[in-house]
Design a protein around this ligand. Structure first.
Ligand code: NCD
Length: 343
C-alpha cells in the first residue's frame, strides 16, 4: 500500500508525533554537521505549477541531504499539460521515472487526483486554496521547538491566526493539525471576506478547542503564545472581492507596536512566508526584524528536517538514518544568516 501526504485529514496524532521525532533525528544532517546517503540512488520528481521558492527548494534540498537526486519542472508553459495532457497521464509517466513525487498546482483537489494514478508516494506541496500539509507539519515542529526552548507547553496555549484565512492554505492545514492536540485557545482575525472557512471552525470547535473570531487587530488580546500571520492571497481573489477589498482601508499589519501592546517576551511570531514587505501591505512588518520573538527564519530552516522526515518515513528508511552517518567535510558557518541570533 502506498502512503501519500495529501491532506492533514488522513493523519493521526501518533503518525504526526512519530514524524516529528524523526525530524528531530534529522537535525545533525539538516544543520550540516553530518552526512547520510540513506536515499542514495532514489529520484524525486518535484513538479511545481504555481509560484514557489522555499517549498520547492526545501523539498529538493531535503531529498538531496538524504543522498537522493531530484528532477524538477516549474510552470505550465514548459510542461506537457500545456499540450492538453491530463493529470492522470502526467502522474503515471512521472511514476515510471521517480521514487517520490511532490506537486504544487493552482487547483484545489488536483494533487489528490494526480496521486490516484500512481503507487509511488505523492506529497501535496500546495493545491490552490486547499491544503499545504508539509508546511503545517513544519509549523507544528517550530511551535514545539520554540516552546521547549521557552519552557512552555502546547496544552492550553493561545494562538492568534491572522491575515488571509480564506485562501491561505497553510492555515487550513495548520488548524486541522493543531486540533489533534490538547485543548487550545485559537483566535482568528482576518479582513472582511477573508475569514476562515466555517467547516474548519466547526471541526476545531467539535474537538473541544476554544475558537473565537474577531474583526480587528485593535482588540484586547491576552496571553498570546503564538502570532501566525499570513499574506493576503490577492492572486486567488475573484474580481468582485478585488474591488471590495481595494475600496476599504484595513489595518491588519502585525508590527512591533502590536507586539509591544499585546504580547510578552515569550510570544513566538511566525509566518509561512513569503511576506509582503511593500509599504502599506497588511502583513508582518519588517520593523520586527532582529526581534528574538520573530521565528520566521528558524521556521523556514525547520522545513529541511521536517521534509527529510517526510521522505524517510514515506520511503520507509527512517530506521536506517543513523547507520551510515559521516562528518561533514566542507566549511559550514556557525549561523546561516548574518543577523541570526544564537538563542
Ligand atoms: C505559502 C503558500 O504557498 O501557500 N508559502 C509557502 O509555501 N511557504 C504562503 C503564501 O504563498 O502566501
Amino acid at each position: 500500500m502506498t502512503s501519500h501526504l495529501l491532506s492533514v485529514d488522513s493523519l493521526s496524532r501518533d503518525w504526526v508525533d512519530h514524524l516529528l521525532r524523526v525530524a528531530g533525528r534529522m537535525e545533525p544532517i539538516a544543520s550540516r554537521r553530518k552526512v547520510t546517503r540513506v536515499l542514495e540512488g532514489a529520484v524525486l520528481g518535484n513538479l511545481f505549477f504555481e509560484a514557489s521558492t522555499r517549498t520547492r527548494v526545501s523539498f529538493n534540498a531535503a531529498f538531496c541531504r538524504l543522498g537522493g537526486s531530484v528532477c524538477d519542472t516549474t510552470g505550465f508553459t514548459f510542461s506537457s499539460m500545456a499540450k492538453g495532457e491530463s493529470l492522470y497521464d502526467t502522474s503515471r509517466v512521472m511514476s515510471g521515472y521517480c521514487d517520490a513525487l511532490v506537486m504544487r498546482h493552482p487547483d484545489q483537489g488536483s494533487v489528490a487526483e494526480f496521486a490516484e494514478a500512481v503507487n509511488v508516494p505523492v506529497i501535496n506541496g500546495g493545491d490552490g486554496p486547499g491544503e499545504h500539509p508539509s508546511q503545517a507539519l513544519l509549523d507544528l515542529y517550530t511551535i514545539d521547538k520554540e516552546f521547549t526552548r521557552l519552557g512552555k507547553h502546547l496544552a492550553g496555549a493561545h494562538l492568534l491566526l491572522t491575515g488571509d484565512l480564506k485562501y491561505g492554505r497553510t492555515v487550513h492545514s495548520l488548524i486541522k493539525l493543531l486540533s489533534l492536540y490538547e485543548p487550545l485557545r485559537i483566535t482568528l482575525v482576518s479582513p472582511p471576506g477573508l475569514e476562515m472557512p466555517r467547516h474548519l471552525i466547526d471541526l476545531v470547535a467539535s474537538r473541544g478547542h476554544r475558537i473565537e473570531e474577531r474583526e480587528s487587530l485593535d482588540s484586547d488580546f491576552s496571553d498570546l503564545d503564538v502570532v501566525y500571520t499570513t499574506r493576503i492571497q490577492k492572486e486567488r481573489f475573484t474580481e468582485e472581492l478585488s474591488e471590495s477589498f481595494a475600496g476599504v482601508s484595513h489595518d491588519f499589519r502585525v508590527d512591533k507596536a502590536f507586539l509591544d501592546r499585546h504580547c510578552s517576551a515569550t510570544t513566538v511570531v511566525m509566518h509561512p512566508l513569503p511576506r509582503d514587505s511593500r509599504p502599506g501591505a497588511n502583513d508582518l512588518d519588517v520593523d520586527l526584524n532582529g526581534d528574538p520573538r520573530l521565528a520566521i527564519f528558524r521556521q523556514t530552516d525547520n522545513g529541511i528536517p521536517v521534509r527529510m522526515a517526510i521522505f524517510a518515513t514515506l520511503l520507509q528508511v527512517e530506521d536506517l538514518i543513523e547507520r551510515d552517518l559521516r562528518d561533514v567535510g566542507w566549511f559550514v558557518p556557525r549561523t546561516f544568516g548574518v543577523d541570526d541570533r544564537t538563542l
